[in-house]
Design a protein around this ligand. Structure first.
Ligand SMILES: *Cc1c(COP(=O)(O)O)cnc(C)c1O
Length: 427
């Protein structure tokens, strides 16, 4: 251990910060054991789906061109469908990111005259242009899809009365975002989402429900598809890609919804039949196989961060002791300067681009300047250790990821070190 302390000191972690971290860690053994139990169940779930669908070396062959009868692609989609317990899944490198997957699911299942309802407040920043809350070419609004929103009650719970009043004849699809995204509201558990879905379907049985599952996959043993979601949607450069998928998105859901998504992604008539895998199958399979363990490591990092920062007086969402339902940890740092210091530490701990210095800048799809720290093997991957946040009150950084718990730990220690060095924190 002396050697470790020495090496950490060479890498910029002072003995005082290290000791503060070890003291916090001492109290987290039981929580870490519970996280490992969830990972064990999810690992078995993924393994069983791969065995049941007879994944073989032939699934890893690269295809090009149209990609008709692509064994690797078709089998991977059955594996996803089995893990999410759905009739079908669309899992493609042609889905470029999470926003694309969500936009696809919405635009494929909403027609002119239909209404979209968000009963959980404003959706993630990038979806606001997809929906047309912020006017944008090709938004759903431009195609005649209207939008209604019910905000959460001040305590973060669902406003059932207003939701009931907002479901009308035109309501076709209800969108529920599991993770908080760039908001400081709580993330919803799968069981809470299930209650909300049951409530909405009781009022309107044929309404479709889509859950934005970004950052939530494998944090619990259940997924939104287990509690009635018609479509569960996410990004492969977050949890389910396990850090290995270089691109992609997924939609797991009913055969009818997924089929429409496939027609929207390729073309009416073609659907799921086309779309070459471009040699990405090994990464997509292996990443999904590793994902339960990777997510567990990232969750430990999030718990550790809250238990480091909360005692120092920074509000953490979720709090240090709260149960969690995604891998994101928000830390309200109170100033842009503190956000920059925090992000510098995360960046300095990275295996890639550790020498870069993050600074706030404009980002497509976001209305405020955003600061991002990421030294990732896959560009922009946020299952890898990363921190980001819009420069606006309450100056919260959203910290997430870490392909290994040990790396997440070092990143968090270095973030605290930079705050100490800048005189913004005294231990
Ligand atoms: C990341 C995220 C998205 C968008 O995903 P991108 O891959 O960045 O386009 C949507 N919703 C939530 C809750 C997210 O966290």
């Amino acid at each position: 251990m002396e050697n470790l302390l020495e090496l950490y000191q060479t890498m910029g972690v002072s003995p005082a910060v290290y000791a503060y971290g070890e003291a916090a860690l001492e109290k987290l053994r039981a929580r870490f054991a519970r996280i490992d139990q969830t990972a064990e169940y999810n690992q078995a779930k993924v393994l069983w789906a791969m065995q049941k669908n007879r994944v073989s070396a032939a699934c890893f062959a690269a295809t090009t061109g149209y990609g008709y009868d692509d064994l690797g692609r078709d089998t991977l989609e059955r594996v996803y469908a089995d893990v999410f317990h759905t009739q079908a899944a669309l899992v493609r490198p042609q889905i470029t990111c999470g926003t694309h997957a969500l936009a696809l699911a919405l635009s494929a299942n909403l027609l002119p005259g239909d209404e979209l309802l968000s009963p959980v407040g404003a959706p993630y920043d990038t979806l606001q242009e997809v929906i047309g809350i912020r006017p944008s070419p090709c938004s759903l609004a431009e195609y005649g899809v209207s939008y209604r929103q019910v905000d959460l009650l001040p305590d973060g719970s669902f406003d059932y009365q207003s939701i009931r009043n907002s479901i009308n004849q035109k309501t076709k699809l209800i969108t529920i975002q599991r993770s908080k995204g760039y908001a400081t509201r709580p993330t919803f558990s799968v069981s809470q989402i299930g209650q909300l879905i049951a409530f909405c379907k009781q009022i309107k049985p044929d309404v479709l429900v889509m859950v934005d599952n970004c950052y939530g996959e494998f944090v619990e043993t259940m997924e939104p598809s287990d509690v009635g979601a018609d479509m569960t949607v996410g990004s492969l450069i977050k949890n389910p890609g396990g850090g290995l998928a270089p691109i992609g998105g997924y939609i797991a859901g009913t055969a009818q919804c997924v089929e429409r998504c496939a027609y929207r992604l390729s073309a009416p008539g073609l659907g799921q039949e086309v779309g070459a895998n471009l040699g990405l199958m090994p990464a997509l399979y292996q990443g999904f196989f590793l994902a339960p363990t990777v997510v567990a490591g990232a969750e430990k990092g999030a718990v550790f961060a809250a238990n480091l920062y909360e005692p120092l007086g920074f509000r953490c969402v979720p709090s240090a002791s709260e149960e969690r339902f995604d891998i994101i940890q928000a830390v309200e740092l109170g100033s842009g300067a503190a956000m920059e210091a925090f992000c510098k530490g995360i960046q300095a701990a990275a295996p890639v681009d550790s020498f870069a210095v993050p600074y706030p800048s404009d980002m497509p799809g976001y209305s405020d300047k955003v600061i991002m720290a990421a030294g990732a093997f896959v560009q922009g991957s946020s299952i890898e250790l990363s921190a980001d946040g819009p420069i606006r009150p309450p100056y919260a950084v959203y910290f997430q990821g870490g392909l290994t718990w040990n790396h997440a730990k070092l990143g968090i220690l270095l973030s605290l070190q930079k705050l100490v060095d800048a005189g913004l924190v005294t231990l």
